[in-house]
Design a binder for this molecule. Structure first.
Ligand code: ADP
Ligand code: MG
Length: 407
C-alpha cells in the first residue's frame, strides 16, 4: 500500500483528498464531529508539506443534484476550526467555483469542494456513467490521496475511478483503520464476539453469513433483532422487520448451531406505543411483545446478559446501536453495551466500535474515544472488511496506477 510519503515532494502540488466527512446534522448543526476530527490529521499533514489541499467528500443522500440541506458548508467551517486554519469552500464540486478556488489555492492552503453527490456521476452504477465526473475531479489535481475509510467499499467516482486516473496514495486514516481491522481478521484473540444492531438491517444481514465463520459469539440487538425473533416464531408487533429475510435468518440460526457459534438474543425488549420520545413505553419479555407496539430498545435484563457475554471476550467488534438511542427513553441498552465494551477494554481486550451512528451514540452517551480500542469511521466498510470482501476503494490503491501500463 503506497502511503503519502511515497508520493515524493508535494510542495506546491495540487492534492485531491477523498475524506469521509459525512457527519450527522440537525439542520445545519453538526451533532457529532468525529469524522471531521478523524480526517483532520491527513489534511493537516498535507498542508504542512506545502501541498495545495483539495478535500472532497459527500454528505447524506442527495439525489445527484444540488440540494441545500446537504451542503458541506457547515462542515467546511467546522473543519477550519478543527485544523485551526481557514478552509475555503467551493460552491460546486467541479464547476467554475471549484476551478477558480483551486487556482487561487496557496501552498499549504485547504479547500473543501461542495458535496460530491450533487453530481449524478459520483454514484453512477457503470464505469461509463462515472467517467466524465471522475475526469473532471481528477483534472483539478496532480495526485490523489484516499482517506475516506467509510466509503472504501463503494465503487464511486471519488473513491475508485479517480485513483485510476491520478498517481495516488493511501491516507493515514484509511491506513490506521485497515491496520486495526486486519488484526480482527488475521489473529483475533478469543473469545471473539461481534455485536450487531442498528437500522440498516437488510445491508447488514448479509454480513452475518460470513461472520459465522470467524466469531465465537454473535450478539444481536437494535432494529436487526426483530427479524431474528420472527425467525424464532415470536411476535414482533410493529417493530422493524425484514419479512423477506426471515428465512435467511432461520438458515443462520441453524448454521450457527451446527458450527458452535453462540447467537445471543435479548431476553426483554422496551416496547412503545409509537416511534417518539414521548410515547408510553414498558419493558416486556422477548416472547411477549404486544402486536400493536414497537420494540425500540433491548431491556435491562438483556443489557445484563449482553454484558456478561462480553465480559470474558478478548476481541469485540460492535456495529449498530441497541435501540433508538437518539430518544432518551430508548438509549439505555446502547449505553449499557458501550459500558460493557469499555469494561473489557480496560481488562485488555481489543474493542472496535464501527459505524457513523454507533460512534455518535457512544460519544453522545458520555463515553470518551479512549474508552474503546478503536472507533472506526466506517460502519458498512468495516463490516465488509471483516467479512473478507474485496473493497474496491482499497483494491484500486493496491493495484497501482493504471496509466503505467499505457503506451
Ligand atoms: P451505524 O450508522 O452505526 O452503522 P445504523 O445506521 O445501521 O448504524 O443504525 C442506526 C440507527 O438505528 C439509529 O438511528 C437508531 O435509532 C436505529 N435503531 C436502533 N434500534 C432500533 C429499533 N429497535 N427500531 C428502530 N430503529 C432503531
Ligand atoms: Mg448509520
Amino acid at each position: 500500500m503506497k502511503t503519502i510519503g511515497d508520493l515524493g515532494d508535494l510542495r506546491g502540488k495540487r492534492v485531491l483528498v477523498r475524506s469521509d466527512l459525512n457527519v450527522p446534522l440537525d439542520g445545519t448543526t453538526i451533532t457529532d464531529d468525529g469524522r471531521i476530527r478523524a480526517s483532520a490529521p491527513t489534511i493537516r499533514m498535507l498542508a504542512e508539506m506545502g501541498a495545495r489541499v483539495i478535500v472532497c467528500a459527500h454528505l447524506g443522500r442527495p439525489k445527484g443534484e444540488p440540494d441545500p440541506q446537504y451542503s458541506l458548508a457547515p462542515v467546511a467551517k467546522r473543519l477550519g476550526e478543527v485544523l485551526g486554519a481557514p478552509v475555503t469552500f467551493a460552491e460546486d464540486t467541479v464547476g467554475p467555483s471549484a476551478r477558480s478556488a483551486v487556482e487561487h489555492l496557496k501552498e499549504g492552503g485547504v479547500l473543501l469542494l461542495e458535496n460530491l453527490r450533487f453530481n449524478p456521476g459520483e454514484t453512477a452504477k457503470t464505469d461509463e456513467g462515472r467517467a466524465e465526473f471522475a475526469q473532471a475531479l481528477a483534472s483539478l489535481a496532480d495526485v490523489f490521496v484516499s482517506d475516506g475509510f467509510g466509503v472504501v467499499h463503494r465503487e464511486q467516482a471519488s473513491v475508485y475511478d479517480v485513483a485510476r486516473l491520478l498517481p495516488h496514495a493511501t491516507g493515514g486514516l484509511v491506513e490506521a483503520e485497515v491496520n486495526v481491522l486486519r488484526r480482527l481478521t488475521r489473529d483475533a484473540q478469543r473469545p471473539y464476539a461481534v455485536v450487531l444492531g442498528g437500522a440498516k438491517v437488510s445491508d447488514k444481514l448479509g454480513v452475518i453469513g460470513n461472520l459465522l465463520g470467524t466469531a465465537d459469539r454473535l450478539l444481536v440487538g437494535g432494529g436487526m433483532v426483530f427479524t431474528f425473533l420472527a425467525a424464532k416464531g415470536l411476535e414482533v408487533g410493529k417493530s422493524l422487520l425484514e419479512a423477506d429475510q426471515v428465512d435467511t435468518v432461520k438458515g443462520y440460526l441453524e448454521r450457527a448451531d451446527k458450527e458452535g457459534v453462540e447467537i445471543v438474543l435479548p431476553a426483554d425488549i422496551v416496547v412503545a406505543d409509537d416511534f417518539s420520545a414521548e410515547a408510553a413505553h414498558d419493558v416486556v419479555a422477548v416472547d411477549a411483545i404486544p402486536a400493536d407496539r414497537i420494540g425500540l430498545d433491548i431491556g435491562p435484563e438483556s443489557s445484563r446478559l449482553f454484558a456478561e457475554k462480553l465480559s470474558d471476550c478478548r476481541t469485540v467488534f460492535w456495529n449498530g446501536p441497541m435501540g433508538a438511542f437518539e430518544m432518551a427513553p430508548f438509549a439505555a441498552g446502547t449505553k449499557a453495551l458501550a459500558q460493557a465494551l469499555a469494561d473489557v477494554t480496560r481488562d485488555g481486550a481489543l474493542t472496535v466500535v464501527g459505524g457513523g451512528d454507533s460512534a455518535a451514540a457512544v460519544r453522545q452517551l458520555g463515553f470518551a474515544d479512549t474508552d474503546f480500542g478503536h472507533i472506526s469511521t466506517g460502519g458498512g466498510a468495516s463490516l465488509e472488511y471483516l467479512e473478507g470482501k474485496e473493497l474496491p476503494g482499497l483494491t484500486v490503491l493496491d493495484g497501482g496506477d493504471d496509466r503505467e501500463g499505457d503506451a
